[in-house]
Ligand binder design. Structure first.
Ligand code: NAD
Length: 260
């Protein structure tokens, strides 16, 4: 693929694990310097080191994407260090609490919406001042969930946040086209990552769930979940000039999971 992002600077949120981690490494391999936004976490240090070993610059920023003050400060610090920003991968997200709507607390709803949707808004908002002069590419990680598929009970908050991200992406693409900033959403199916680790699944969800005929996460193309690196390839394409006429769209990457 060559160094199609040589000299560019990318910010990746949720860079410590899963899809964000794979994308940070792939963007760096293509020549980009990468700012790694995540909660303080040992795993992020590994990514930082791996990128530095390639001869690129990598800098970790300890930031909760739902915290507006911390986000503004981190974007300012990244822009001061690297100059203009060329790529934003707004990817940090959680499953949050899986509970039937009757039992879902407003606090649990707010946590999921704050990280997944407000976090995306804050990332895009804080990118604009540093991207509007030279243009750039913004990629948002949504999901098949809340768009083409509703996989399982108890995911009302998650699905709402993921559908909201697609609507937000389209509005942002319209508004930011005048700055030659492209904005696209990616909608992965099940991908093998650590996202299940901090999911809080209430017993009531299991009680109302209806067994599905195929194993959860099965995809015709993979016979199981996809890999973060496969999603990272799509992120690299959308980040690069090879997708220069693509904006305001949502791209599904699910091994045909939504056709089942
Ligand atoms: P992951 O848990 O492996 O990685 C997510 C990263 O985001 C972690 O490093 C975590 O520390 C970070 N993060 C969480 N909350 C944060 C916050 N408030 N501020 C900053 N960083 C925070 O999960 P993943 O599967 O790689 O998820 C990445 C994105 O992909 C999410 O938006 C998720 O909804 C989406 N997604 C995942 C799948 C899947 O099957 N894994 C499918 C569709 C969409």
């Amino acid at each position: 693929q060559g160094l199609i992002l040589a000299g560019k600077t990318a910010i990746v949120t949720g860079a410590g694990s899963g899809i964000g981690r794979a994308a940070a490494i792939k963007l760096a391999r293509a020549g980009a310097n990468v700012c790694l936004f995540d909660l303080m976490d040992d795993r992020t240090e590994d990514v930082e080191q791996e990128i530095r070993d390639m001869g690129r610059e990598a800098e970790f920023y300890d930031v909760d994407v739902s915290n507006s003050g911390r986000m503004e400060a981190a974007f300012r610090a990244a822009a001061e260090r690297f100059g203009s920003l060329d790529v934003l991968f707004a990817n940090a997200g959680i499953n949050g609490t899986l509970a039937p709507i009757e039992e879902l607390t407003p606090e649990a709803w707010d946590e999921t919406l704050s990280i997944n949707l407000r976090g995306t808004f804050l990332a895009v908002k804080n990118t604009i001042p540093h991207m509007k002069t030279n243009g750039g590419s913004i990629i948002v990680t949504s999901s098949i969930n809340g768009n083409r598929k509703y996989s399982g009970f108890g995911m009302s908050a998650y699905s709402s946040s993921k559908a909201g991200q697609v609507a937000f992406t389209k509005m942002a693409a319209l508004e930011l086209a005048r700055y030659r900033i492209r904005v696209n959403a990616i909608c992965p199916g099940a991908i093998k990552t650590n996202i299940g680790e901090n999911t809080h699944r209430t017993k009531a969800v299991d009680d109302i769930s209806i067994p599905v005929e195929y194993p959860e996460g099965s995809q015709p193309l993979e016979h199981g979940p996809g890999q973060p690196e496969q999603v990272a390839d799509l992120v690299l394409f959308l980040a690069s000039a090879q997708s220069s006429h693509i904006t305001g769209t949502e791209i599904y990457i699910d091994g045909a999971e939504t056709l089942l």
